[in-house]
Design a protein around this ligand. Sequence first.
Ligand code: MG
Length: 295
Amino acid sequence: MPVRVATFLLAGARQVGAVDLDSRTVAPFALPAGQAAEGVLSLIEAVETGPIMPRTLSSIPLSEVELEAPIPLPRRNIFCVGKNYREHAHEFARSGFDSSAAAGAVPKFPIIFSKLPETVVPTRADVLIDPSVSTAIDYEGELAVIIGKGGRAIPPERALEHVFGYTIANDVTARDLQGRYSQWLIGKSQDTFCPMGPWVATRDAFDIGSAAIRCFVNDDLRQHAPISLLIFDIPTVISTLSQGITLKAGDIIATGTPVGVGIGFDPPRYLKAGDVVRVEIDGIGTLENRFAERA
Ligand code: MG
């Protein structure tokens, strides 16, 4: 299994390939015509159902392709974990926007919400701000898990066997909408509010125990935490979700954001048009998006 897998456009056609960071190239997988339509999910399904990994074709410089999100349009909503780092849980509870705060700052069980599939945009794409809808746009750098093998009632000790790999997500949030509606879906699912990428690091290539996440706004470091600080770790989240929901190949779980979001400041530091948010995770790469006012 390659270390990093990307979805990209070359001459207008979607392909899936293995990224080589040393040579800055990507080698497309020989998937049957039309089978790259769902990006990395096409590869996951080929690996799950086929006898062997598809072979790769000649490498192309990364500079000649346009990266897409690993799964450009997920088949169903993205599962997200809320308040899954202790210090962030406290900063959010203090902010006044937490409609779940009455239950305590630090949750006893995972808080799960979702974002619509259409929110996904790739690295380098604009995230659109519509000031007539929200004036409180915030960033949340997060590790995202991509499920490989589906399942139901997955025990924690088997959960990582169901992971295909990991990518980076920015769980962009309209705080005013999140606070106004007790369910978070509207505030979390505004168009373009889920940048994801730049590619997937396969499970055996990513060390949850040692990786850190960093999030910058215009080169100002706002979030910096080891992934190991998650309150509910990845096996716990997968096991919890799958108790009564059958997880499927290609399901995405955004695992939560650490302390340092815009509402953690007094006064809050919301995003404005022209801001660039960059999220880095060791062993995966960098997800970078500019925020722009909707025309
Ligand atoms: Mg989040």
